[in-house]
Design a protein around this ligand. Sequence first.
Ligand code: OSB
Ligand code: MG
Length: 385
Amino acid sequence: MSTSPLSLVEVTLREIELPLRERFVISSGWMENRRILLLELRDESGVTAWSECVCGDRPNYSPETVDTAWLALGRWLLPRLLGREIEGPESVGSLLDDGVQGHPMAKAAIEMGMWGLAAETMGVSLSRLVGGTRSRVPTGISLGLQASPAELVAKALQAVEDGYRKVKLKISREKDIEYVAAVREALGPDRHLAVDANAAYTLEDADHLARLDEFGLIMIEQPLAAGDLVRHARLQERLATPICLDESIVDPATCEDMLALGSGRIVNIKPGRVGGFRNARRIHDISEGAGVPVWCGGMLESGIGRAYNVALASMPNFELPGDLSPSARYWARDIVTPEWTMSGDGFVTVPRERPGLGVVVDTERVEALTRRVETFAAPAARTPA
Ligand code: OSB
Ligand code: MG
């Protein structure tokens, strides 16, 4: 779908605190009170769109944090877009990459917001704007590390009962084989079961990881460190279970490298991790061309970030269930209406008939949860380029 020019005149950065219903533990850290960085973008005719930066509080998953993203957005990224006429959301990525290394999550927050603003201005759904075709997307759950195999089993059984179409278990060096064995035993052989190591292992653990093969997992996500594309290829040669890369895929080039090296057979796409929708769509297309399925990962987003993930996951090659749980799994109350829900058979509906994000931000609630706020405006003297 072709888009019309955009003009960004004001962006408000806002940090809110939203407590998770349960602490979420992964091998590299945990999250409890989610600090969430939200953006509110406004164009010259007063149309606004919200977006979300998926950074965490600490740099355990990736080098960026809420604080580094705030700095990068305010100091380097917003100034190069504000007050400038922008061809369309497709062109935002290169404007942000030019002369600024890294900071993909900060870049994605503004880039995705521009897609949201374009959808809002054009009166079309974000899903249609990005080329989505699905009216509902299959959903999986990501279960954090638990205190005992029995507790994990209880959660996995509940997830199946709730209708989830995939169950993903976080694993760590301390909590792997025994936990996976217990869950596979409880769920039976046919359920889609996956594990995510969040880079907990090294290639020396190859024999140990090969023990997971007997559980018929649909994938093992990110067993080794983010930069280990070659080592992942060596590991994949020794595993029957397909490797899926998450932390390793930071842009279309790393996806191409993964395919060339054989570092994995499935790609987890998180638009925030790869700098936004432009790169996410390219990775989708590159993978599709190679016959490699993709799915949409999650970063415990609020209902705002979730709107972007759901729109992206409506694209055709998102074949596998995404980590797109409904609002109630994460929050006592979300910051959007309607909240995101899941059908009894594990699908989230894509709001393809509603313009923009398809949900309304509860601004009063956002205001009440706000911990800091700063507004950046286009310099008055600058005329559109
Ligand atoms: O590795 O996929 C991951 C959450 C935070 C950081 C990393 C990851 C995750 C998840 C959560 O697995 C998935 C979700 O949002 O439901
Ligand atoms: Mg992951």
